[in-house]
Every structure is written in C-alpha cells, then in structure tokens.
Design a binder for this molecule. Sequence first.
Ligand SMILES: Cc1cc2nc3c(=O)[nH]c(=O)nc-3n(C[C@H](O)[C@H](O)[C@H](O)COP(=O)(O)OP(=O)(O)OC[C@H]3O[C@@H](n4cnc5c(N)ncnc54)[C@H](O)[C@@H]3O)c2cc1C
Length: 568
Amino acid sequence: MGRESLEMDVVFVGAGPANLSGALHLARLVREQNHAVKSGQLQGKPLGEVQIAVIEKGSSVGAHILSGAVMDPKGLVELMPEFVEQGAPLESPVKEDHFLYLTPKHAIRSPITPPPLVNHGYYIVSLNRLTAWLGEKCEEAGVNVFPEFPGAEMLYDGSDRVVGVRTGDKGIDKEGKHKQNFEPGIDLLAKVTVLGEGVRGSLTKKLIRRLGLDEGREPQVYSLGVKELWELPDDRYPTGRVIHTLGFPSDQWTYGGGWIYGMQNRVLNLGYVTGLDYRDPLIDPHAEFQRFKTHPFVARLVNGGKLIRYGAKAIAAGGLHAMPKLYADGVLIVGDSAGFLNAARLKGIHSAIKSGMLAAETIFESLLADDFSASRLESYERRVKESWITPEMRRYRNFHAGFRHGRWLGIVNAGLQYITGGRAWGILDRDHQEPGHEAVRKLSAYGYRGDDPAQRYKDLRFDATLTFNKVTDVYYAAVAHDEDQPAHLHVLDTNVCATRCAEEYGNPCQRFCPAAVYEMADVGNGHRRLQINFSNCVHCKTCDIMDPYQIINWVTPEGGGGPDYKGM
Ligand SMILES: Cc1cc2nc3c(=O)[nH]c(=O)nc-3n(C[C@H](O)[C@H](O)[C@H](O)COP(=O)(O)OP(=O)(O)OC[C@H]3O[C@@H](n4cnc5c(N)ncnc54)[C@H](O)[C@@H]3O)c2cc1C
C-alpha cells in the first residue's frame, strides 16, 4: 500500500497549549491579513488560504494532557483577552495560597508564601479541559485538527532542511507484520513544522541531536509529577485553595514538593514532584507520592474520599541554560519541548501559550516573505528574547541547579536569586548541571544490600484506601493501547538488564516508571528477564530520561493509544 503525501503550509506536532495557541494565532493573523488587503487597508497580495494542521497522538485533544494546574493567565489574556466570556473552562480563581513545610508528623505553615508561589490573580484549571476547549477554538478558526495522528518521524530534504513529518503506521501486529486494517502513515509536507510535543518530545529529541541544537547548552534536567484526583465526601477543602509543600517525604538530596488544589464539585487535586536527578537508586516517585499522602495533614484531607483519577508526567526543570536553539531550516520548537517551563513557579502554561504565539508571528512573517530558512525563522528566538518570557526565565535560571547542593542550600540559593535577579552567589551561574540519570548512585555506593525497596520504604503499605499500588493507579489513568502492536518502548540492549543493571542499580526502571511498565520477570533457574508491559504506559517519558545507560527509547505507539486524562 503506497504512502500518501499531503501538502500543508504549516504543521504543528502535538495539540498542547503551545501549539494550539500557535495554530489559532496564525489562523487569525492570516485571516486579518487577507481581510485587510481585500478591504484596501493594506497594500500587497493577500496570503489566501493557508493550510494549517495540528496532529495529536492522543485519542482526542487533551487526552494526554496532564498538569497541576494553577495557570498564570498572562499568556491566555494575550491570546484571547475575553477568554472568560468565550467560555474558557476555569475551575476557580485562586482564593487562598499556603506554603507548608512538612516534617514526618507536622505541617508547619510558613508565615509568607515564597514569591514564586504566590498565585493571586491566577486560576485553577483542568489543563485537559482547557486544551480541549482551545482545540475547538482552532477548529472554528479553520485549523485542521487531527487526533490519533502521532508524528513518528521528521522528514528532511537532502540538505537537512525539515520538510514535514511522517505520521505513524496503523495496524501493525506485535511481530511487526501488517494486520488487515494496516494503513501506512501519511507524509505531511509543510513549509514550517512546529514541534510542541511537550516534555522530552520523541521527535524533538532526535531533531536536537541530528542538528546539534543543544550545542553549548546545559543538559536538560527533569522532574516527575505524580498526581491523583479525589472526590471528597464534604466541603472540607474549599474550591480555589492552593497549598504547596516542601519536606516530607523527600530526603534532603532529592528535589521535590507537593501540591493540593481545590477544584469544583469537592474534587481535590493532589500530587508530588520528584526531581529526576535523585541520588538514591531505590527512589520510586510513585511511592514518594503515596508516602506524601500518609502524612497526617494530607491523610486527614482525603480521609473518607474516593480516588477518581491518576496520572504522571515529566516536567522540564533545567530552565534558561538548558534550552536548545529554537529554530532550524523549516522547523521551530515551542513550549515544554523547548524547556520554557519555570521550575521555581511550577508553571509552564503561560509561557507555552506565549511561545506558540511568537512562533505563529514568525511563521506569518515567513509566509509573507515566502522564506522558511533558518535565517528567517531565527527571528523567533529574537521575539522570545524580547518578550516577557526571557526576563522571567532569567530570574530563575539557577533555581533547579541550586538544589544539587541539597535542600537547604537550594532554598537559600532560591531566596538569594530572587533578590539578585537570578545571580545567586555567582558560582552557580552556568554551574555544570549533569543530566539526571548521571546523578543516581549505584546501590553499593549508597550502602544498600540488593534492591529490596523496604530499605527505603519500610513503612509504606498499599492499603487500597489511602495508598494504591501502581497497577491500581494505572487503572485510574484509563490507559488503553492495542496490545497487538510492537512495544513503543525500545530497549536497545536487554542483555544489560539481568546482568550489569541488576547488579549496579537493581533495575531502577521498575521503580522510576510510575505505571508498572517494566518488570524483571522470573524465567526459572534463578534467572530474570525484562518484561515490558507497554500497554500500561502513561506517556510520562521518565524511562527515556532516567535510564542510567540511556538505552530506553520512547517512541510513539499507534495513534490514539495512551492515557485518557479527562478532567486532569
Ligand atoms: C505534574 C505537572 C504539574 C504542572 N503544574 C503546572 C501548573 O500548576 N501551572 C502551570 O502553568 N504549568 C504546570 N505544569 C506545566 C504545564 O503543564 C506545561 O508547561 C504545559 O502543558 C506545556 O504545554 P505544551 O503545549 O508545551 O506541552 P503539553 O501540554 O505536554 O502538550 C503536548 C501535546 O503533544 C502531544 N504529542 C507529543 N508528542 C507527539 C507526537 N510525536 N505526535 C503527536 N502528538 C504528540 C502530547 O500527547 C500532548 O497532547 C505542570 C506539568 C506537570 C507535568
């Protein structure tokens, strides 16, 4: 069966807030230009019809979107000043802000909320819903939105110029053979391709490597956010209340913190972030979150409630120094794929939206000039530098790096940075940040005997009331993948697993994956073999980031597969 090609003008890969804002803004700029030329307000030629497509690997727009989320509305206000009147699905304005330090038994309320976590004037949102709504706005504006279409490969011409994207094939069985419903992916050809795949984008990663877009930049570092929604039996936690926590259960060498947000209809949104540059090889971010819930303060809040949703997703925390070059011939990178998130504020929605808009303005100018070369698209980086994104990121550029010296120095550093505009005590500026997987120590170096998790989590039990094991939690992520397809988690050398990795790190994939995808299964005679339960995968990208030997490659599965984060 031949592969079809479809000519578009602009293709946005990934229907997250960054790309949807970009597509919507571009559609409007084109419409306004056409109108202004036709009505004689502007000289020149109308751009005419510009074909804009957004492709998304999830079964619907928003299905794979997981966030906190407290949204700074700054980006959305610029995209759509009347977003409230336009029906943006907002849970609630933030009504109260609290910051707590958790010791194992107590919750100590800080008399002041650290400035980056002051959320006055912001909104609690379900980013899943907000994104679905933005998708509708795009369609109304004439953008072609294609869910169930994963971008599987970038298309290049002979001079390494990006000329589009190939979507994933459908109907391939687990042996790699064509099934009856086989359909080859489509080559979507475009003058400009915009990568807005979110954190650790699978195409973005390959593009950055191929074109050396990270040359001279710090390696990106990540965290993992693990989250649940609970339905409470009463009004004990008001809608609009925001709590952030530091301390328990993280040890002082592990970057981390919790959040508790009050949504509508007595839904409590709580989660825990663990830095994916932890040292202790036995750390399990899902277990850290379960321990967080056992804290008396948190346990009391959810007591008598019901778990209704679960999800997990990585967060790019490296900041300004870890951002790659944002453009090349025929391609731009936006949102979390480029690392626009501000880790100190745990906020990336506003800058994702803004980066999408700046990409749209750049593309609009390129369409007018009919020039899609890197030298034309470079103006995207200039726009980013001149926008409010850069001063914000500059101020917090050493935030995450400060925590490499432990929690207390990290806090002092964060305070100093706030006062000095990001400089801290100087030595940290451009201090080398090792990639997170290199920070993990070997079991022996940490003094562990074997990989029994009880050495770290001796008190943790999964009682299915307050605490849940991974398999149960995955059920609440509503994950679905057709099991008769090749695994989308490519382990490039499985020989390492039962030998070197077992010995050195005790197969940490079984712990860092929050969805029980990786399992060392007994195959008799005391031997174990890696089993990949890929159908559990929640697309958080942690394995691709955290594997100590960097031999796990996350690629897109068949379109539509993955979690369904309704209301998350
Ligand atoms: C746990 C957690 C808590 C957070 N809390 C907050 C918060 O409180 N406030 C805040 O402002 N920000 C928060 N953030 C950050 C915020 O969610 C992101 O900054 C924002 O969503 C980035 O938008 P994006 O469009 O770049 O990427 P995403 O929102 O990740 O969207 C990317 C989309 O692209 C799709 N995709 C990926 N690869 C492909 C492919 N190859 N082909 C097709 N589709 C693809 C994905 O399925 C997804 O739908 C949080 C993030 C996490 C993980």
